[in-house]
Design a binder for this molecule. Structure first.
Ligand code: SF4
Length: 250
């Protein structure tokens, strides 16, 4: 593509696989003394602190601001020396924790130091806000102390795993088909628990109840009376395992 000649512009270098804008700038500045700004992690930290720029440096707005400053500050002369100095300053003096401001050549006009903001700059990555959903899991015991599990459909959460029958309202029993008759007066809500998936939290209210099978042969593929000692090996949804463990311990 370049006829065997190593590219000597930032744009050409950045077009090579695995080389980003900052690395391209560093190669150009350090090896060819080309006027090119860099913005690696260390330089981001120095510039963010020196100018008291709040926010996570990977946020587009913050990153663009830092690139503007990096471009403005990069000198036309001795660019290689400047670039190496900035990288060394970030790596050895303006470190992430415990920066050594007492030996820093930028200390006098470092805004983060003067405004006592060093510990909060650079800002942390904002936490992802994920939605919360709610559900009720009915833990139905039979007289033998086994609990009723239902095999979930293959698609959706906990696909094909066994779980407690699910409902929307702790006082409203879900349809348990012909599998069981519940004694309504036995319903008892337990402490809620949270299970977190990658894209949402699921707040679970477990509700215990006493019930009896009405027809042992009804959909045996779907319903299972499961002994709390775990002597039957089936795939269980993660919160079900957790609830069963805590029930076994009581
Ligand atoms: S004075 Fe401290 S916080 Fe500011 S750039 Fe120097 S080492 Fe970093």
């Amino acid at each position: 593509e370049y006829g065997g000649i190593f590219p000597n512009t930032v744009d050409e270098l950045a077009s090579l696989k695995g080389i980003g804008r900052s690395t391209a700038g560093a190669i150009a500045a350090l090896s060819m003394d080309v006027h090119a700004p860099i913005l690696d992690g260390n330089v981001k930290r120095v510039l963010a602190r020196h100018n008291a720029i709040a926010g996570w440096p990977e946020q587009t707005r913050v990153r663009n601001h830092l690139w503007e400053i990096a471009t403005e500050l990069t000198p036309a002369d001795r660019v290689a020396n400047y670039t190496q100095a900035m990288m060394d300053l970030g790596a050895t003096v303006c470190t992430r924790t415990k920066p050594r401001c007492e030996v820093c050549p930028l200390a006098d006009d470092c805004k983060a130091r003067v405004q006592n903001l060093i510990s909060s700059i650079p800002g942390k990555k904002p936490k992802k806000i994920i939605p919360v959903r709610e559900t009720v899991l009915f833990i139905v015991f039979n007289d033998a102390g086994d609990v009723l599990l239902e095999k979930r459909p293959p698609s959706g959460i906990w696909g094909s795993l066994y779980s407690f029958p699910e409902g929307d309202n702790p006082k409203e029993l879900p349809s348990l088909a012909a599998a069981v008759t519940i004694q309504e007066e036995s319903l008892h809500a337990l402490e809620p628990l949270r299970h977190t998936f990658s894209h949402f939290h699921l707040d679970i209210t477990p509700v215990t109840a006493q019930g009896e099978p009405t027809d042992a042969a009804a959909e045996p593929e779907r319903w299972l009376w499961y002994p709390l000692d775990g002597s039957i090996e089936v795939g269980l949804a993660a919160p079900v395992t957790k609830i069963i463990k805590s029930l076994s311990a009581t």
